[in-house]
Design a protein around this ligand. Structure first.
Ligand code: HEM
Length: 457
């Protein structure tokens, strides 16, 4: 006998639940999990049947760690990454984040060594230098937008790592395109119909101009570097010199796509996580004081460095807990089933079903994180971590598409928190209602404004 379909909201001609999703994605996802359980069916309606050439086409939101592991790792070959909107494809092209197999496998083999652990050690020095320079410019008693500061800092860091240069004119041109592109992506995420980019609407025209400028900037960077005889040892040089298994290097278009991907995926996520970290710390004096004790014991009056990472355990727990509460990648691109399958929970998946996975939902599950809204870094003590199943916490995804920058992001998180908190404490300015805004990543809205108090050395 056929198993009953999992529960979920209904849809007739149109998936009307998409309006609720567009209005407030986090609330919608959390509501689905609490109302319908660990597997939620999100039907696409008759429209979906037509688009997908299939009756009963739907997405399944899965919240059970075992099911998630199955889709992302155990049977990952059966689940192809999909759900990229046209604007995303235009910005990232065939870069690692958006390409599918077999292109993805080839690209990953070439890009991975460029962001490998050996280089990461040297990047620790860049991170601490850039964070120290920035904190050095902050005046005692000043009021700053810490989210904006973190965006500039992480952009500065990734720019130095990629190009051995400080952020300048080019970066601001590029970021203009990227910001406009991000808004275009979010508009497309939240609409049932996407107006193709070739239709000359005002938004589309602005997007096309911004993309042309972005391409020009990146191609200039590539051209100049190819012509440099003594290339610096950075990611751009490593990508230019990388070869696939047949000995072929990347062409300019592939290089462009990987560079845009690394700039974007490599700074906005980390900036958001750090911003949320400051927000949480500003409201948790106990956690902050334990953090300061650890820094005092481990570092004395020295700046942190790569070698301190394994000792700064409380700092790491603060970072991990921040990513639990506010995972920048709050929902992953969905995975589409290539063949019929059965999940460990017993749910039958038919070919063409889209699987949706939200780290935000799973990280707020009270069965694994009691009192889930509370900021409590002690949840990441080893003894507590060991009691939770794999994939109850996965801010960096998993399987063959796992984040390539996880180690870099971890190092940035710990070293930036440590460098800055040694110098200043932050007080949240009153009358701010700060909420997570689920755009491409999970940003603090409207921003986070803090007053700085310099610590006496
Ligand atoms: C806190 C910071 C970060 C978070 C939370 C994060 C999260 C993620 C997640 C969840 C994925 C998997 C997406 C999926 O499977 O659909 C991913 C992929 C990726 N991330 Fe990150 N990321 C962070 C930082 C970085 C950094 C610093 C870089 C670059 C240096 C980076 C580059 C990438 C790339 C290239 C991919 C695509 C990997 C592939 O599909 O092979 N990320 N990231």
């Amino acid at each position: 006998m056929a198993r009953p379909l999992p529960p979920g909201p209904s849809a007739h001609v149109l998936p009307t639940w998409l309006n609720d999703y567009a209005r407030d994605p986090l609330r919608f996802l959390m509501h689905c999990a609490s109302t319908y359980g660990d597997v939620v069916r999100l039907p696409y309606g008759i429209l979906g049947d037509i688009i997908k050439w299939k009756r009963g086409a739907s997405g399944y939101l899965i919240n059970d760690p075992q099911d998630i592991k199955h889709v992302l790792v155990t049977n990952q070959r059966n689940y192809e990454k999909e759900g990229m909107v046209p604007a995303e494809k235009r910005i990232f092209g065939q870069g690692l984040l958006t390409s599918i197999e077999p292109v993805h496998r080839r690209q990953r083999r070439m890009v991975q060594p460029a962001v490998h652990h050996q280089q990461i050690q040297a990047w620790g020095e860049i991170i601490v230098r850039k964070a120290s320079e920035r904190v050095g410019r902050w005046k005692d008693g000043a009021t700053i937008d810490i989210a904006q500061e973190m965006t500039q800092l992480t952009l500065d860091v990734i720019w130095n790592i990629l190009f051995s240069a400080d952020v300048g004119e080019r970066a601001s041109e590029l970021m203009h395109g990227v910001t406009l592109g991000s808004h275009h992506i979010v508009d497309q995420y939240h609409s049932v119909f996407t107006i193709p980019d070739i239709v000359p609407t005002t938004k589309n025209r602005a997007f096309r101009r911004a993309m042309a400028k972005l391409d020009e900037t990146i191609y200039d960077l590539i051209r100049e570097r190819r012509a440099t005889p003594q290339r610096p040892r950075d990611v751009l040089s490593a990508l230019i010199e990388a070869h696939d298994d047949e000995g072929n290097p990347m062409n300019d278009s592939q290089l462009r796509d990987e560079i845009v991907t690394l700039i974007l995926a490599g700074h906005e996520t980390t900036a958001n996580a750090l911003s949320w970290g400051w927000y949480l710390l500003s409201q948790a004096p106990d956690v902050e004081s334990t953090l300061l004790d650890e820094l005092h014991t481990v570092l004395g009056s020295q700046r942190p460095a790569y070698e301190d990472l394994s000792t700064l355990q409380h700092t790491e727990r603060v970072w991990s807990e921040t990513l639990r509460l506010y995972p920048p990648a709050y929902i992953m691109h969905y995975r589409s089933a290539l063949h019929d399958d059965t999940l460990p929970s017993g749910t039958t998946i038919s070919r063409g079903t889209d699987i949706m996975i939200s780290p935000y939902v799973v990280h707020h599950d009270a069965r694994r994180f009691p009192n889930p809204e509370q900021f409590d870094p002690e949840r990441f003590l080893l003894s507590h971590k060991e009691q939770r199943p794999q994939f109850s916490y996965f801010p960096f995804g998993g399987g063959s598409r796992t984040c390539i920058g996880e180690a870099l992001a971890r190092m940035e998180g710990i070293l930036i928190l440590a460098t800055i908190i040694q110098c200043v404490s932050m007080t949240l300015m009153p009358h701010q209602t700060i909420v997570p805004e689920p755009l491409v990543t999970l940003r603090p809205k409207p921003s986070i404004v803090v007053k700085l108090n310099r610590r006496t050395p």
